[in-house]
Design a protein around this ligand. Structure first.
Ligand code: PEP
Ligand code: MN
Length: 352
């Protein structure tokens, strides 16, 4: 039984990881209760999630079980003592969730992109004390994410959290949704008072990446996890490749190395800053590699057209522009010149 958990106290104190588990979609009474029974054996899981209305990309997919699923959520809560949590996208979802005693709501990534929808939800929740988590919008726009939280705040909601679930990307990626860790880090910088938990399931899209991603989130001082769990993932009607059995979820949690116990001590802060630097350096390396591949294409073109590799006038102009832009960003002319001379040298080398 997990029924002594006080979510509002967790928001006030933000101590300890908030661990949420449960199926992507509530599918049947049996599925939900079997999954909940499995999850009730995991001491750290305090909240049972379940999607009742599913925002699907294509209209012919399973769009959620609807109101009846809320009855089963209530049953799981009574039987196993979890707090329950579901996604709301429209005012009528909020009304039904309240009617069936859902304890926590989340707003999904597709809804957060639309300020009209978010405002409607906020209006509908005005005056309630409901804890609400706001997922990041599909696009990496920290202001849109923050804006949704602010709309909830303006409606008087006090127990607000964010969920990092990754971002759609056009690049080939191992992830279903690119984590872009710098975005939640920026949200934390802007609003250190709002807890951010990590939805590793929607970031990864497959089971294989979950463990490393959870560890990374923990190293970056996440406040908790949302993990999709299903008693039989192979049979799941939605997101079957990313769901874990409750046993596998327990295993994943057992393998996490908790390095950062107290986010206030100086050593921890140093580690977080270092992780942040590592992430930025990764991005810099990827961008340099991208630049080189474009440069190689230019090299081929120049060869075909019998144009000289080094075009001194163009290079002088580029460097001057970069030095000016750098100055506006607070970078010294000398550093910008050094950095780009090295990059240019490498580029020329490839073209030759
Ligand atoms: C979900 O949590 O099942 C879901 C639909 O998530 P997202 O809004 O992050 O895609
Ligand atoms: Mn899902």
């Amino acid at each position: 039984m997990n029924n002594d958990f006080d979510i509002k106290a967790w928001f006030r104190r933000k101590d300890g990881l908030l661990v949420i588990g449960g199926p992507c979609s509530v599918e049947s009474e049996r599925q939900l209760l079997e999954t909940a029974a499995g999850l009730s054996k995991i001491k750290d899981v305090k909240v049972l999630r379940g999607g009742i209305w599913k925002p699907r990309t294509r209209p012919d997919a399973f769009e959620g079980i609807g109101e009846i699923g809320l009855r089963w959520m209530r049953e799981a809560k009574e039987r196993f003592g979890f707090l329950t949590m579901t996604e709301v996208a429209m005012p009528e979802h909020v009304e039904l969730a309240l009617k069936y005693g859902i304890d926590i709501l989340w707003v999904g990534a597709r809804t957060v992109v639309n300020p009209f929808s978010v405002q409607e939800l906020a209006n509908c929740l005005r005056g309630s004390d409901m804890p609400v988590f706001v997922k990041n919008p599909i696009a990496p726009d920290v202001r849109l994410w923050l804006g949704a939280l602010e709309r909830m705040e303006s409606a008087g909601l006090r127990y607000l959290g964010a969920i990092h679930r990754g971002f759609a990307s056009f690049d080939d990626s191992r992830y279903r949704n690119e984590p872009l860790w710098e975005v939640p880090i920026e949200l934390r910088r802007l609003r250190p008072d709002i807890p951010i938990i990590t939805d590793i399931s929607h970031i990864c899209g497959c089971r294989e990446l979950l463990q490393d991603t959870a560890q990374r989130a923990l190293d970056l001082a996440t406040d908790g996890f949302m993990v999709e769990a299903h008693h039989n993932p192979a049979e799941a009607l939605t997101d079957s490749r990313q769901q874990l059995t409750p046993e596998a979820m327990q295993d994943l949690l057992n393998h996490l190395v908790i390095r950062l116990k107290n986010a206030n001590n100086d050593e921890t802060k140093l580690q977080i800053f270092r992780k942040e630097i590592d992430i930025i350096d990764d991005e810099i390396l990827k961008l340099i590699a991208k630049r080189m591949s474009v440069s190689e294409k230019i090299g081929e073109y120049k060869k075909e057209q019998k144009v000289a590799v080094l075009q001194m006038d163009r290079w002088k102009q580029v460097l001057e522009d970069h030095i000016n832009k750098g100055a506006r960003l607070g970078l010294s002319a000398e550093s910008v010149k050094d950095i780009f001379e090295i990059i240019h040298k490498e580029s020329i080398g490839r073209q030759l």
